[in-house]
Design a protein around this ligand. Structure first.
Ligand code: GAP
Length: 452
């Protein structure tokens, strides 16, 4: 993250370039809700896909699922959320702003200094009703975490996937919390997405697996580009633990508003499976063939926020560089996360050049998320792609008509190399996989180099 970054700058850039907009923008927005635009949607999808690949598809001990958002209300009674998912709410007697009592620094209203009411406990789950009549008997909740969908499906998944302990279930999906205070852009919102793992282990091996997942998850953020010095582990003291947790460590990130939780890794013990067994009357356990005994597995839960991850990747990738008389603003996204991988830019709109550039575009599009842009000057178009974090621009110029070569311009170094058009695909493929920019295909040349 550049130290020149403020949240205001990021919000404005995200809106201007189509990453993220306020929800219901034309009606003045809706507090705590955000919409992802064309580029932001690609970025968010890439974050989710990178997570899914790493925790599900590249592992033998994990399976995925996708539970419904609305669940039987008995789930939330058994899990303890109806009783315990509460925050202490206070209201200012003067300006009527509401605050979370446990997050206040002084005894008075932070907005106007007014006197505050006594705290009252407020359940953050959103309520709605099944069917046309709004009665107490048909109340349902929008899930405040995806986790419970995996616990109540433990038998279904274990029996159908035939996994043996230790194994995990992973899920990505929307969660909803009627947060008393939202803010810091997409950091805390009322509708958000989670990427959660419930990793079931034999009791007694839980401490070892807890340590394993803390290291694994920290490593995932680093591998995708977050700087080591912007990541820190925060071990919860016992009095800060959620009602279900034996221990918990947060991966925290240095956001522009300070260090804050990116992901929580908790040891939930056998709390959830036991509670659901007792409440449903259906035994949720595991038969260990080796010792010929039934056991209730312990659970290690790495629980990440998609939107918080997107915010961290945006903050860390943001940069400003002096560039002649101007400032070059860019996102150094990891190639796996970059919303657009390649932009094809014809130097002019002249017919014969446009035809060749379109052919290049059509050739690249099936392999990479590619954008075609023939508006404004080439310098402006490079800057626009920098602001979108596009790793490579391919420029087709008049010489291309003669030598059938095109220029690849690299975002971070601004190096430019000239490559035979038939070699563009494999060259870009290699470069997106992290190979050195100076490794040229046969016939390619370093055309210009602008080292910073
Ligand atoms: N199943 C455990 C659980 O939900 P949590 O710490 O409440 O634990 C996990 O949430 C993650 O979900 C957080 O680390 C954060 O990334 C994300 N998250 C939670 N509340 C959020 C909110 N209001 N807005 C955005 N992300 C949120």
């Amino acid at each position: 993250m550049s130290n020149k970054l403020t949240l205001e700058k990021l919000v404005s850039l995200c809106q201007r370039r189509g990453f993220i907009f306020p929800s219901s923008d034309i009606y003045g927005g809706l507090s705590g809700c955000w919409d992802y635009g064309p580029v932001g949607t690609e970025l968010k999808r890439n974050v989710k896909e990178a997570w899914w690949r790493s925790v599900v598809q590249e592992r033998d001990d994990m399976v995925g699922m996708d539970a419904s958002i609305l669940m039987n209300t008995k789930v939330w009674e058994a899990s303890g959320h109806i009783e315990r998912m509460v925050d202490p709410l206070v209201e200012c007697r003067n300006c009527h702003q509401r605050w979370r009592a446990d997050e206040l620094i002084g005894p008075t209203c932070p907005a106007c200094g007014g006197e505050l009411t006594e705290p009252r406990m407020f359940n953050v789950m959103f309520k709605t009703h099944i069917g046309p009549v709004e009665e107490e008997g048909n109340v349902v909740y929008l899930r405040p975490e995806t986790a419970q969908g995996m616990f109540v499906n433990f038998n279904n998944v274990a029996n159908t996937s035939r996994k043996r302990l230790p194994f995990g279930i992973a899920q990505i999906g929307k969660s909803f919390r009627n947060e008393i205070t939202t803010g810091n852009f997409i950091f805390r919102s009322r509708e958000f997405e989670q990427m959660e793992i419930e990793f079931f282990v034999k009791p007694g091996t839980d401490d070892k697996w807890f340590e394993y997942w803390v290291a694994e998850r920290l490593n995932w953020y680093e591998r995708l580009g977050l700087k080591k010095e912007h990541l820190k582990l925060d071990v919860h003291p016992p009095e800060k633990l959620a009602h279900y947790a034996r221990c918990c460590t947060d991966v925290t990130y240095l956001f522009p508003h300070g260090w804050a939780e990116l992901e929580g890794i908790a040891n939930r013990s056998d709390y959830d499976l036991k509670r659901h067994s007792e409440a449903s009357g259906k035994v949720l356990d595991y038969y260990d063939d080796e010792i010929k005994e039934h056991m209730v597995p312990y659970v290690i839960e790495p629980s990440a926020g998609v939107d918080r991850s997107v915010l961290a990747f945006l903050c860390d990738a943001y940069d400003e560089e002096p560039d002649k008389d101007e400032i070059r603003v860019l996102f150094h996204f990891h190639p796996e996360l970059a919303p657009i991988k390649v932009a094809v830019l014809p130097l002019s709109r002249k017919e014969n050049l446009a035809a060749l550039a379109k052919d290049v575009y059509k050739d690249l599009r099936p392999c990479f998320v590619t954008q075609y842009d023939d508006t404004q000057s080439i310098g402006r178009r490079y800057r626009r792609q920098d602001e979108l974090g596009t790793p490579f621009c391919v420029t087709v110029d008049f010489q291309s008509l003669e030598d059938n070569m095109a220029t690849i311009r690299e975002r971070d170094s601004m190096n430019q190399i000239r490559v035979p058009i038939p070699s563009l695909r494999p060259t870009l493929q290699a470069k997106l996989a992290g190979e050195d920019i100076m490794v040229l295909p046969e016939g390619g040349v370093v055309w210009k180099e602008e080292k910073k």
